[in-house]
Design a protein around this ligand. Structure first.
Ligand code: NDP
Ligand code: DGY
Length: 312
């Protein structure tokens, strides 16, 4: 599905498509974008200066099949007057649901427990065997109380969470009111949360934000969950925190790189649950994202307002 390239005619388009689930090779992308009016891309397609130069001055619209746009060279795109379509909102529920699933799988040690059933480790009922951490009475800290962050809080509240903390660039009183969430600095969120959930966007400010300093401030019994982007986390520091017991466990839907090499040290840890970037992966959501991305592209090509245009 990667690298769909469209050339507008008066009321119709000719479409050149990279017809594979595997990423489009850079050489094919550079050759394919030349002279095109629009590009429909995936989050795995890096649309940088080289690609924009290869496309040339005809390129008017980029439509990405994602809400995250850290793979797009936004300042270059803005400079060239290119419009950008993306897919916010329609994937919020699916991603929040997956975040909760990952949190429960990590904190209640589900993959490890399933493995024990299969490998004969389940010998009898033992009082402290496979114990984990529950949400009831807990403090949950959310980094980035945006669309997905709020949807996660909404789903966690009925589990009996005692207190929500959040951090970001600014307080968001409207979004926080429903959960009586308190805006705190990052360090306080790390120190006080039993569960830390990362749902922010990847920016130069958030890159590497969860580092050794951050993990050392967390409680030894706390659980770290990331469904935003892999590079918000310093993975070497996370590995150290998990091995040294600075934190109890981590659940990641996003990593650096993607896919994570199968011999990566994080994959050797029982207290780290890693998923292959499936936050928005329900059939309904991916279909809705595809339709929205196509409609964004077509509207942009026609010079009309897009259903979801990124404000640059
Ligand atoms: P929103 O724009 O609604 O939320 C982004 C949040 O990031 C805002 O709350 C913003 O906080 C926060 N943020 C920005 N800068 C900082 C900072 N310096 N420190 C802390 N927080 C910051 O986006 P969505 O909720 O729709 O999506 C969030 C991200 O989730 C996407 O960008 C994408 O990377 C990821 N995602 C992952 C999926 C997956 O499959 N795992 C699926 C969908 C999205 P502020 O209020 O301060 O601006
Ligand atoms: C996004 O949309 O940014 C996700 O990472 C995939 O849905």
């Amino acid at each position: 599905m990667a690298g769909h390239l469209a050339q507008s005619l008066s009321f119709s388009c000719s479409v050149q498509q990279w017809d594979s689930d595997e990423p489009i090779p850079q050489s094919e992308l550079l050759a394919g974008v030349a002279g095109k009016d629009g590009v429909l891309c995936l989050l795995s397609d890096r649309i940088d200066k080289e690609v924009l130069d290869a496309a040339g001055p005809t390129l008017k619209v980029i439509s990405t099949l994602s809400v995250g746009y850290d793979h797009l060279a936004i300042s270059e795109i803005k400079e060239r007057g290119i419009r950008v379509g993306y897919t916010p909102d329609i994937l919020t529920d699916a991603t929040a649901e997956l975040t909760v699933a990952l949190l429960l799988a990590t904190s209640r040690r589900l993959p490890e427990s399933v493995e024990e059933v299969k490998n004969g480790g389940w010998t009898t009922w033992k009082p402290l065997w496979m114990c984990g951490y529950g949400l009831s009475g807990s403090t949950v800290g959310i980094i980035g109380l945006g669309r997905i962050g709020q949807a996660v809080a909404r789903r966690l509240k009925p589990f009996g969470v005692n207190k929500f903390l959040y951090t970001g660039r600014h307080p968001r009183p409207e979004g926080a009111a429903e959960f009586k969430a308190e805006f705190v600095p990052l360090a306080k969120l790390a120190e006080e949360s039993d569960f830390v959930i990362v749902t922010c966007s990847l920016t130069p400010d958030t890159q590497g934000m969860c580092s050794r300093e951050f993990f050392c401030k967390m409680k030894k019994t706390s659980v770290f969950i990331n469904t935003s982007r892999g590079t918000v986390v310093n993975q070497d520091d996370l590995y150290e925190a998990l091995v040294k017991g600075h934190i109890a466990a981590a659940g990641l839907d996003v990593t650096t790189p993607e896919p994570l090499p199968v011999d990566h040290p994080l994959l050797s840890l029982k207290n780290c649950v890693i998923l292959p970037h499936i936050g928005s992966a329900t059939y309904a959501t991916r279909n809705a994202m595809s339709a929205l991305a196509a409609n964004n592209l077509l509207a942009g090509l026609k010079g009309e307002s897009m259903p979801s245009e990124l404000k640059l």
